[in-house]
Design a protein around this ligand. Sequence first.
Ligand SMILES: [Zn+2]
Length: 248
Amino acid sequence: MKTACDLSKAIYGDVINVDYSIAILPWGAIEPHNYHLPYATDCILSQRISMDAAHLAAQSGINAMVLPPVTFGSQNPGQRELPFCIHGRYSTQFAILTDIVSSLHYQGIKKLLIVNGHGGNSFKNMIRDLAVDYPDFMLASCEWFKITNFEHLIENVGEHADEVETSVMMYYHPELVQLSKAGDGQSQSPRLKPLAEGVIWMPRNWSEISIDTGIGNPHMSSAQKGEDIVLPIINKLSQIMVDMANHK
Ligand SMILES: [Zn+2]
């Protein structure tokens, strides 16, 4: 009988005699999500999705440990000025990830999957550096909202505190969603033409492109939509865990 463990709740006795073949690291942010979702939305959703996928993976024969979520997300100008929006800079995030990899490696746990819940986070260069320093450690990342294609399930495509995030939160935690207070999540294209065209990249100034901090109208959200969106994601994520765990 294999097991999925939630390290946020586990006690030492739960863990000590189990051989974990993979650790999962949910990674979020602390930031406003329009007027209707909690600051910790990206942490909560990546953690819940990781746990559900880990339970499924246990049924497929692997022990998966889900670590507590990392709360430090990378923020944009115009966003980090907002009260209690916390900007986790690259060097902070890299130090956190390095310490986690170093600890797990020392303990003989050599596979880690980051399940990212915040669009501003990017781990590629960190993972490249750690692949140099820990060549026998398998470190990968994914973003839960990019694992499957669910555009056919939603009315209003968005990006932040949108119909997708709101629906998935309504599925997991309806008590944390105050949809009647939500703004329309209207957004404007950046004024700089090549940025709007997507041929250059720089962080967008959030206060210039969104009034309520949201991008995407959340008003058509529902718990049913959240379930329809998230169940295929959980299925695929559990398969990713199994594939990584079994990879020699
Ligand atoms: Zn979010």
